[in-house]
Design a protein around this ligand. Structure first.
Ligand code: ADP
Ligand code: MG
Ligand code: MG
Length: 211
């Protein structure tokens, strides 16, 4: 995978977030403050623009630019969290010498570093009803696929379906982190908006892979 692949990925995320903006906002209206769709639409729109304005030469630099843009352009909790995820993923790739191509194993390691960044910043564990409930199983699925010697397509499909299942599994959970935790037991019965958007992010890997 190269910068063209990652640029397609970010553009695909922006498209999916725009298409699902109202659903993300409705999910956030139920257990938060009804801005998740708008937050991510603004953030990923700005990320696409930043990549077009100044196309990074290497995958690590590209993901760091996306992360920095999300951090500076999204006010809500999700901006710093997703921003950190992309920035840490980019840092992880950068440390391998700013190579122009990254392997599936490199990407899995990078996304693991991104997830670690999210849990360091937000201290959410799986089961707390956050984006981590989709992110963590998706990274595990990617790692399992790498260990099994799977190809990109199979690995991305496994990660996307793990993220989707993880997001759906947040419905009965009681939120222990973020704004939804203020509702206590009343947060149960609704899908977490950040877990839903995280599923879109992993689904977009499959679309980027199809060129
Ligand atoms: P805000 O809650 O500030 O309005 P958003 O609505 O954009 O921000 O994002 C809310 C999402 O952020 C939640 O659905 C949840 O998935 C995620 N989130 C909130 N706090 C945390 C945290 N501490 N760790 C991980 N994810 C979190
Ligand atoms: Mg919100
Ligand atoms: Mg908000």
């Amino acid at each position: 995978m190269d910068t063209a692949f990652l640029t397609r990925w970010i553009a695909g995320i922006a498209d999916a977030v725009r298409a699902e903006r109202d659903r993300l906002t409705e999910l956030d209206a139920a257990i938060g403050d009804a801005d998740h769709g708008a937050n991510l639409d603004r953030g990923f729109g700005a990320a696409v623009q930043a990549l077009a304005d100044d196309p990074p030469a290497a995958p690590g630099a590209l993901l760091r630019l996306v992360g920095g843009t999300l951090i500076s352009r999204v006010g809500g909790a999700s901006g710093p969290l997703y921003g950190t995820a992309f920035r840490e993923a980019g840092r992880s790739l950068g440390s391998s010498g700013e190579a122009s191509e990254v392997s599936l194993a490199d990407l899995a390691r990078a996304l693991r570093a991104g997830l670690d960044g999210v849990t360091r910043l937000g201290s959410a564990a799986e089961g707390d009803k956050t984006m981590v409930d989709a992110f963590a199983p998706a990274v595990r699925a990617l790692e399992t696929a790498v260990s099994a010697g799977a190809g990109e397509r199979e690995a991305f499909e496994a990660a996307a379906s793990a993220a989707l299942a993880g997001a759906e599994a947040t419905v009965p959970m009681v939120a222990r982190k973020g704004r939804a935790s203020y509702l206590g037991p009343r947060s149960a019965g609704h899908e977490d908006p950040g877990a839903a958007s995280c599923a879109l992010i992993f689904a977009a890997l499959c679309t980027a892979d199809q060129g």
